[in-house]
Design a protein around this ligand. Structure first.
Ligand SMILES: [Fe+2]
Ligand SMILES: [Fe+2]
Length: 183
């Protein structure tokens, strides 16, 4: 008896996304290594934590496909992009990667809607919300660097930025949580 509760196309899309999250993890790991090598240990630490988070996303996709009676397939992971040329380039790369990932997530939501696969649609809403967080986080990185002076920031302000990111949590407050007292 076939107990698979996913269409072949959704199973494949979810499995591809599992691999895509690993690629994101590799990308942030390689960015972290780049930052570490440049002496930015706080930024590196932030990126390493982010890499681990992407790996956790991958596991969520793996688990969901298995729970629904499907079988995800681990593919060859493309090489991460070349090293950034500057911190601006690095943070913009993080943002771009998140936006690309959001596009992929939305595609799966679309498919689930079309097939009326409400279980998958519901599962994907967690990722829709997560991507808002991750894009905001990446925007914050770009903003913080801009305030510090961008690629012409002084060593002193970069030192402070690096220290700040060492302790920056991996998540951000969402609009849904805002109140008048605590906007
Ligand atoms: Fe992710
Ligand atoms: Fe992400």
């Amino acid at each position: 008896m076939n107990t698979k509760r996913l269409s072949d196309s959704i199973e494949k899309a979810l499995s591809d996304q599992m691999n895509k999250e690993i690629h994101a993890s590799h990308t942030f790991l390689s960015y972290g290594i780049w930052a570490d090598d440049k002496g930015y240990q706080g930024i590196a630490n932030f990126l390493y934590r982010h890499a681990q988070e992407e790996r956790n996303h991958s596991i969520k996709f793996m688990e969901y496909v298995l729970n629904r009676g499907g079988k995800p397939k681990v593919d060859a992971i493309p090489a991460p992009p070349t090293d950034p040329e500057s911190l601006t380039d690095c943070f913009e790369g993080v943002f771009k990667h998140e936006v690309d990932n959001t596009t992929a997530i939305y595609k799966i939501v679309d498919m689930a809607l079309e097939e009326k696969d409400w279980a998958t649609w519901n599962f994907m809403q967690w990722f829709v919300q997560e991507q808002i967080e991750e894009e905001t986080l990446a925007q914050n990185l770009i903003d913080k660097l801009k305030i510090a002076g961008g690629d012409r920031a002084s060593d002193e302000s970069l030192f402070t930025l690096d220290k700040t990111l060492q302790e920056t949590p991996g998540d951000v407050p969402l609009a849904q949580e805002a109140t008048g007292d605590n906007p």
